[in-house]
Design a protein around this ligand. Structure first.
Ligand code: UTP
Length: 232
């Protein structure tokens, strides 16, 4: 296990919300380039609303879950290609198609960027598989909420905001089943892998580049730190 290997799961809602996305991706790439010599990184890109459009539309056309997932994976890989362009020479050439390939391509000082792998899970689970494969200490989930809450704070005024959770507590907050395009705080399979491998998960607002940078470096964050060693 290395203290300076980190896998970042970055949601499509962060990368491609459809709001001056290239400008954000350049700022994100600047941050990653600044940190790449301190932390060995693999970045797994999500699909966001564009993936949900494809899964929903293909479902309406009769696609089964596996076929819907394949379209979702295609979108995650398109998003990964955009981030790879933003990173330029800092990115390892090519897009790994599996967690094993991502781990094998990961080297200090350069960043591996990828999307999904196979049907049946989300890119959060891919991030956990890559983290297991490369012996990473931490997964950073760069998402559209600023922390983990007990329920959706937009609809529940009593929602509790967590700054720290044990992984057992997180488990109770995530879904048990998988459905294409369904979203939860972190993919349940990813949580299971993180539990087994004792990999910490930091949940931060991916648009807050200061907090994202702190999460990557393992500094104190405004988001939620899910500690894999403090089993509750
Ligand atoms: P995401 O990882 O973006 O899923 O992959 P999500 O949970 O919908 O995204 P966020 O976190 O809420 O933004 C998009 C879709 O691609 C398929 C799934 O259908 C997933 O919902 N997918 C992705 C796979 O089947 N396998 C993968 O490895 C990755």
């Amino acid at each position: 296990m290395s203290k300076n290997k980190v896998v970042i799961s970055i949601g499509g809602s962060i990368l491609v919300p459809g709001n001056d996305d290239s400008a954000f991706m350049k700022r994100l790439a600047d941050l990653i380039v600044r940190l790449k010599d301190e932390v060995q990184m693999v970045i797994v890109c999500g699909g966001g609303k564009i993936a949900r459009y494809y899964t929903r539309t293909s479902a309406a056309l009769g696609a089964d879950t596996g076929a819907q997932d394949l379209l979702g994976i295609g979108v995650t890989r398109l998003n990964a290609e955009l981030l790879r362009l933003a990173l330029g020479d800092a990115a390892v050439p090519g897009l790994p198609l599996t967690a094993e390939e991502a781990s094998a391509k990961s080297v200090p000082g350069r960043v591996v960027v990828m999307g999904g792998t196979v049907p049946g899970h989300t890119t959060d689970a891919v991030a956990a598989m890559v983290a297991r494969e490369m012996g990473a200490e931490r997964i950073v989930n760069a998402t559209s909420v600023d922390a983990v809450y007990s329920s959706d704070p937009r609809s529940d005024g009593d929602a509790v905001r967590y700054t720290e959770l044990t992984i057992a507590q997180l488990k109770e907050l995530v879904y048990d089943d998988h459905g294409a395009g369904r979203s939860s705080v972190f993919d349940p399979l990813g949580v299971r892998i993180a539990t087994e491998e004792r990999i910490d998960i930091s949940v931060v607002n991916g648009r807050d580049l200061e907090d994202l940078g702190n999460a990557i470096l393992g500094n104190r964050i405004n988001g939620t730190l899910i500690d894999s060693n403090r089993k509750g």
